[in-house]
Write a protein that binds this ligand. Structure first.
Ligand SMILES: *Cc1c(COP(=O)(O)O)cnc(C)c1O
Length: 396
């Protein structure tokens, strides 16, 4: 089949939930993708923050291959060796004591919310079930995570929306304080909001949220599905804020492109779950956990956290320079390799499409915000090349 055949069949056979960009990729290596015609592209999106160690990293391929040859699936009724090793690794790298594996970000968040509810019923008095999240947040596409997601326009078509979530403006501590009631059991925030437009929590805000949660006996869940696993120049974004959450969820960058979700919790909370309370048929399977272990090992061996921080500042410097020399950039936000650029005019979509035809993959959030999420292994040369294309697309 050629490209036109695929386009035709996609619209005929696939439910139309994605506004596809006019490219079909057939090959990837590191920061580069190739389309069906052989044209190459610099990938500054990484899936959407997924292919953290670059496309088709040899260590990830080897881990997948050798695990697939050994054992592809076994039920969670039994012990799963790579799952146990991955849990140990994530716990050692983080604030947490225990880990659970799901298949996606939404599912990881669902699990975290279930854990908080069970914890609340088991250890707290009164009927506490409500979770406070932020406007412009994004927590996933299941019905419950749609309810958690603080974007009313996304919820409207699917009403009635499950109850139990309340939304507040980010970085406004008194709004949070006022939203807390006798029914509140937790607060759930992204350290840097991703899909909502790359809006970071202020340093002091997140510290104050932690204190407020302690004062009121609430749990603090950080949704690190996008910010986790090196994206922001630290292994986990909470490390930037000199505080510790009670639970984090992970997904995007963890599996090297294979589907995985996880949540990590403190033991005093995790112990609310008993056998039968939660589970997954596929979650934490041997192949995906072997791949995730290879991803983390690669991040460590290749110094990709340091690279993420370093290349992130380089991008920021170049964007600041661009901003000084033109009046089109309103604000530059984010940390490490999670970069949001708010424009003065509603041209984000055109800029993305111009870049794409020039061989650079980036993303727009709405009409005014551009997002870069390059692989953590991105090099200076790649950034020079990308910035040239971006600058041209932005200014012409
Ligand atoms: C992408 C994302 C999700 C949803 O992840 P899926 O794997 O698509 O379910 C949840 N939270 C955040 C912060 C995300 O960026």
């Amino acid at each position: 089949m050629n490209f036109e055949d695929y386009i035709k069949k996609d619209s005929q056979y696939h439910i139309h939930t994605y506004g596809r960009l006019p490219v079909l990729f057939t090959k990837g290596k590191g920061c580069t993708l190739w389309d069906i015609s052989g044209k190459s592209y610099l990938d500054f999106l990484s899936g959407i923050g997924v292919t953290s160690v670059g496309h088709c990293h040899p260590a990830v391929i080897d881990a997948i291959k050798s695990q697939a040859e050994q054992l592809i699936h076994v039920s969670n009724l039994f012990y799963v060796a790579p799952q146990i090793e991955l849990a140990e690794k994530l716990v050692n790298l983080s604030f947490g004591d225990k880990c659970f594996f799901a298949n996606s970000g939404a599912e990881a968040n669902e699990g975290a919310v279930k854990l908080v509810r069970k914890y609340s019923k088991t250890f707290l008095s009164g009927d506490k079930y409500e979770i406070i999240t932020a406007y412009r947040s994004f927590h996933g596409r299941t019905m419950k995570m749609l309810a958690a997601t603080g974007q009313p326009e996304k919820q409207k078509p699917f009403e009635p929306i499950p109850i139990g979530f309340k939304h507040i403006p980010l970085n406004d501590l008194s709004a949070l304080r006022e939203a807390i009631t006798g029914r509140t059991c937790a607060v759930m925030l992204e350290p840097i909001q991703g899909e909502g437009g790359v809006y970071p929590c202020n340093f002091k805000y997140l510290q104050d949220v932690r204190c407020l949660c302690d004062e009121k006996g609430l749990l603090l869940i950080l949704d690190e599905v996008q910010t986790g696993v090196g994206r922001t120049g630290k292994m986990f974004a909470y490390e930037h804020f000199d505080m510790e959450p009670d639970i984090i969820s992970l997904a995007k960058g963890l599996g090297g492109g294979l589907p995985i979700g996880a949540f990590i919790a403190k033991d005093r909370i995790a112990k609310a779950f008993e056998p039968g309370d939660h589970g997954s048929t596929f979650g934490g399977g041997p192949v995906i956990c072997a791949a995730a272990l290879a991803v983390i090992k690669t991040i460590e061996e290749e110094g990709l956290i340091e690279n993420s921080a370093k290349m992130g500042s380089l991008i920021e410097d170049k964007l600041n320079e661009l901003s000084r020399n033109s009046s089109i950039i309103k604000e530059i936000r984010g940390k490490g390799l999670m970069v949001g650029i708010e424009l003065e005019r509603e041209i984000a979509k055109e800029v993305v499409s111009k870049c794409l035809s020039e061989g650079l993959i980036i993303n727009n959030i709405g009409k005014k915000i551009i997002r870069f999420l390059p692989p953590l292994c991105v090099a200076e040369d790649d950034i020079d090349k990308a910035m040239k294309i971006f600058k041209k697309a932005l200014l012409n």
